[in-house]
Write a protein that binds this ligand. Structure first.
Ligand code: PMP
Length: 395
């Protein structure tokens, strides 16, 4: 009897999973048994959580929950179609207007996720005959957006502005677009954005930045690195997510009206995907309110960032208090998995991050701090690291 097509795919999967397993790269799901937060229940255990991007503790906050619930009552759950068909609601337009004010932008356009934004925006702006210049440590969604664009992709060494300038000078292209994370997702360091802006201007290149880990964290108002450096008006496209410090789901780009209009007509994830649920728009609006009005949120996050950074340094580990993300690079996947296991036994949940999320040989623990962590939580993480004797590579 001929094998069913399912058998064929299953045999491929068995082979590939065995290979992933042998290299310590197989992944497993593990559902949360509690709401998102600084302390969570997983696998029947109560653990202090250092692996969520919920930097301001808004994901389960009362005001954000209440806004989502009220929007469900008003709009229902699903949007039923893409925004261009029948899925556009007043909640989308209200949030876009709110984000325009928050980002001090002429226009804001929502996407269903950061992944959808990045894979949609790049191919909408550049194509064959054009060139896109991408930092070597950019997020996978930017990498995929570059690939999908069919433009020539030049990957420049991480944060190396001289190399970027040289590449811009030497690479032909009808249009040139530079793209970079502002806070790098796996290292927590910050792009040299002022210099990148200057280099783009010198070469007539457009600039797109991904503020996923900076929105709600950096800047006097919490609007990201562009705000911190006063560069809002000098970056062509500023993408931010609703899924990290804003505690929800979705993403947006802050840009000019004409670019937003082009994206509405051309960005495929915007055109061909069902609109973001109204409840998530309303939740994000409440989260922006919290960022703007709760004067305790960011100071509490930064208190934790400084305390954790000081503690890591006291252990001889490299640490810069520049964002809420702290890598402890350990090398091979097994070392990171083993360290994560031992920290978990001490009550600390921190996931091992392995290739392809990070380059080969740089598997790590990635600690994400939150305003919702207490000083006691931060100290538990530090004390546990000390006790399990984690020795970072190159520390
Ligand atoms: N950009 C960066 C820098 C990210 O870290 C992430 C999320 N891991 C994304 C984009 C994708 O955002 P989302 O999770 O909303 O799809």
């Amino acid at each position: 009897m001929a094998a069913s097509s399912q058998d064929v795919a299953s045999s491929w999967a068995r082979e590939d999973l065995a290979s992933l397993q042998a290299r310590g790269l197989r992944r497993y799901l593990e559902p949360l048994e509690s709401p998102q937060g600084p302390v969570v229940r997983v696998g029947g255990e109560t653990l202090v959580n250092f692996s969520s991007n919920d930097y301001l503790g808004l994901a389960a906050s009362p005001s954000v929950r209440a806004a989502a619930i009220a929007a469900v009552e008003r709009h229902g759950v699903g949007t039923g179609a893409s925004r261009l068909v029948m899925g556009d609601t007043s909640a989308h337009h209200r949030l876009e207007a709110r984000l325009m004010a928050f980002e001090r932008a002429e226009a804001v356009l929502l996407f269903n996720s950061g992944y959808a934004a990045n894979t949609g925006i790049l191919p909408a702006l550049v194509g064959s005959g054009d060139a896109v210049f991408s930092d070597a440590l950019n997020h996978a969604s930017l990498v995929d957006g570059c690939r999908l664009s069919r433009a020539r992709v030049v990957v420049y060494p991480h944060a190396d502005v001289d190399a970027l300038a040289k590449a811009l000078a030497e690479t032909p292209g009808r249009r040139k677009l530079v793209v970079t994370d502002t806070v790098f997702s796996m290292d927590g360091d910050v792009a040299p954005l002022r210099d990148i802006v200057d280099v783009c201007r010198a070469h007539g290149a457009a600039l797109m930045v991904d503020e996923a880990h900076a929105t709600g964290v950096l800047g006097a108002r919490g609007a990201g690195l562009c705000e911190e450096l006063g560069l809002e008006g000098q970056v062509d496209l500023r993408m931010g997510t609703l899924s990290k410090a804003l505690g929800g789901q979705g993403a947006y780009v802050a840009t000019s009206r004409v670019v937003a209009d082009l994206l509405i007509s051309r960005a495929r994830p915007f055109i061909f995907s069902t609109a973001l649920p109204a409840a998530l728009c309303a939740a994000a609006e409440a989260a922006v309110d919290a960022v703007e009005t709760d004067s305790d949120l960011r100071p509490r996050l930064w208190r934790n960032i400084r305390r954790f950074s000081d503690g890591l340094r006291a252990m001889g580990l490299r640490a810069e208090p520049r964002s809420a993300v702290f890598p402890v690079v350990l090398g091979e996947p097994e070392r990171a998995l083993d360290a994560a296991r031992r920290l978990r036994e001490a009550g600390v949940l921190v996931k091992a991050i392995r290739p392809p999320t990070v380059p080969e040989g740089t598997s790590r623990l990635r600690f994400c701090l939150s305003a919702a962590h207490t000083v006691g939580h931060v100290d538990l993480a530090l004390e546990s690291l000390r006790r399990v004797g984690v020795h970072a590579r190159g520390a």
